[in-house]
Design a protein around this ligand. Structure first.
Ligand SMILES: [Zn+2]
Length: 162
């Protein structure tokens, strides 16, 4: 092997190792939570922290899964109570067809119930758009959630007194 070849091989090795460490840092493992949900759980912690609220979901007795929900029109659920492990279920069919934004919206809604102990909130603006991630989806307001209003909706989610 000539010298340039040796140099090239070591560069490739470094590059591969570098990539792996970056990927490992992208999502933290959450105990009892299905891996597909990790990225949203982690960003939930980050968005809370950006608003001065420290939440470590790993410290909570909380499990989560993506699994078929038989009840029509239900994208997610959160079971909680003082004597059970809080459990979030996101509907498999919804998950398969949803955009990143829509997935985040539903996961954050359920974490709103299970972690922030929020009830439903059907507040609307003058155009009839839901003002809260905690809108039930069965009320009159229209749920829009995306880059244009995400910050505002998350301020409401984490900072509202309701
Ligand atoms: Zn709900």
């Amino acid at each position: 092997m000539t010298l340039p070849n040796i140099l090239l091989s070591s560069c490739i090795v470094l590059f591969v190792v570098g990539c792996q460490s970056v990927e490992l840092n992208q999502s933290l493992p959450f105990d009892q939570v299905e891996e597909e949900l990790w990225v949203y759980f982690e960003s939930f912690e980050q968005e809370a922290l950006a608003r001065g609220i420290s939440i470590n979901l790993n410290d909570l007795d909380l499990s989560g899964e993506v699994e078929s929900i038989t009840q029509d029109g239900v994208a997610g659920s959160c079971q909680y109570g003082s004597h059970i492990t809080n459990h979030i279920t996101i509907d498999q069919e919804f998950w398969n067809n949803a955009s990143d934004n829509h997935r985040e919206y539903v996961v954050y809604h359920e974490l709103g119930h299970c972690v922030l102990l929020r009830d439903h909130d059907e507040s609307t603006d003058t155009d009839g758009n839901c003002l809260s991630v905690m809108a039930s989806g069965t009320g009159d307001c229209v749920a829009r959630y995306g880059p244009a209003n995400r910050d505002q909706m998350l301020d409401e989610l984490f900072l509202s007194d309701d």
